[in-house]
Design a binder for this molecule. Structure first.
Ligand code: PLP
Length: 392
């Protein structure tokens, strides 16, 4: 379990915090009868899909959503076998064996997938279907311009053609909002109107009709109940989709009750592995872009851009013993240097993301400082960084 003995860089995931976030969302941000799917694509937004998926299920979610078939297989192979797993992205027909074998629910935008599978079955092996049906959700493009049918005509074409495939179980349809987490509020209304118009044409047998994500759940609750499934992602991990820092003071805006805030569940830490005092005029790191101006304590940290601490995080200070320390010189692939406020020995803990003393490197704050979104900060944490799961 303590698989970081060779290098002290690790992401510590606080499972109770994650669970609390989900339970808060289930209690205050969903309606009775509504299902919740935990979105755990991209390795559970960097937290580790298998562990996070299991905790989400124990916290009461009804299904899981991922981006790719490979991600779904990883979950099934880890004995997550009874709950629905919805693959949200585009899937290739060549994977039909796996999709059926692992009982995945896939997303389609048209009937091309079915045509290709039929072709394949005629040529290869028509027995693979057996008695299992392929569960599908139809993507509906109401303004994201990503995947999905866009017009009533396209929808009718789908409805007509899908009947030719007795092995398809058309279970759901969904859309996705472009501005629910930021941007024009009227665009949400436009998308909702388009969704409602298209949705009327769906056959009654298509039971799941959904569009809600974190932003919808947090900020546009009045439109929520119509969505039979809520696909919560970033909020479960404790971040606001707009990277507003959700703090205790923000809560009254969320709900007029005295509630626990959503809190980031992940902490990214390392330790000093080398420390020295350098005289003025010492150049540091590739490109020799930094030069010390006095006697300075320089520490080396075993983390670099290959871990997902990108070169452009240069201006993000790390935290040591409750004080900020600046990164000096360029960030290397595997290591980087910081200037200490005073001497600290090897083995001193350094926080990249999370709390240290009274300071907090909130992933949303880092994102705002360098001009990206919290999603990208979390999903950038690379596979080389061990995830440590804390039960309390
Ligand atoms: C990623 C994704 C979600 C989850 O979004 P959050 O903003 O993280 O809640 C929901 N639906 C679809 C289609 C997605 O791609």
């Amino acid at each position: 379990m303590e698989n970081w003995i060779h290098r002290p860089t690790r992401a510590r995931v606080h499972l109770p915090t994650f669970k609390d976030n989900i339970q808060w969302l289930l209690k205050y941000r969903t309606s009775p009868g509504q299902k919740v799917f935990a979105t755990i694509k991209a390795n559970g937004y960097g937290h580790g899909a298998v562990e996070i998926g299991k905790v989400a299920l124990s916290a009461g979610v009804h299904g899981l959503a991922v981006a790719t078939v490979e991600e779904a297989i990883e979950l099934r192979e880890a004995d997550i076998d009874t709950v629905p797993i919805l693959v949200l992205g585009h899937t290739l027909p060549e994977g039909i064996h796996d999709i059926l074998k692992y009982q995945l629910t896939i997303t389609v935008s048209d009937t091309d997938f079915f045509d290709s599978v039929e072709d394949y079955l005629n040529k290869q092996d028509s027995r693979i279907l057996g008695h299992t049906k392929l569960k599908v959700h139809l993507a509906v493009d109401t303004g994201m311009s990503r995947i999905g049918v866009r017009t009533v005509e396209e929808l009718h074409e789908f409805i007509e053609k899908v009947q030719e495939y007795s092995w398809v179980d058309w279970e759901g349809a969904f859309t996705h909002f472009a501005t629910a987490g930021g941007g024009s509020a009227s665009y949400i209304e436009d998308q909702l109107a388009k969704w409602r118009q298209l949705e009327q044409h769906l056959p009654n047998s298509v039971k799941e009709r959904h569009y809600a994500n974190s932003a919808m759940g947090l900020w546009h609750g009045n439109a929520m109940p119509e969505s039979t499934i809520v696909r919560f992602g970033i909020a479960m991990y404790g971040l606001d989709p707009k990277d507003a820092l959700i703090t205790d003071e923000d809560l009254p805006k969320l709900q007029n009750e005295n509630l626990e805030a959503l809190k980031p569940a992940l902490e990214w830490v390392t330790e000093i592995v080398h420390v020295k005092q350098v005289p003025p005029g010492t150049k540091i790191s590739y490109g020799a872009t930094y030069e010390s101006s006095e006697n300075e304590w320089i520490a080396t940290l075993p983390i670099g851009y290959a871990d997902g601490w990108h070169r452009h995080y240069q201006t993000v200070p790390v935290i040591i013993e409750g004080e900020y320390a600046e990164i000096v010189g360029t960030i290397n692939m595997d290591q980087m240097m910081i200037r200490l406020p005073r001497y600290y020995p090897k083995g001193t803990k350094v926080t990249l993301i999370g709390k240290n003393g009274h300071l907090m490197n909130h992933p949303s704050k880092i994102a705002r400082d360098i001009g990206t979104i919290g999603y990208e900060i979390l999903t950038s944490i690379g596979p080389r960084v061990p995830r440590i799961y804390l039960e309390e």
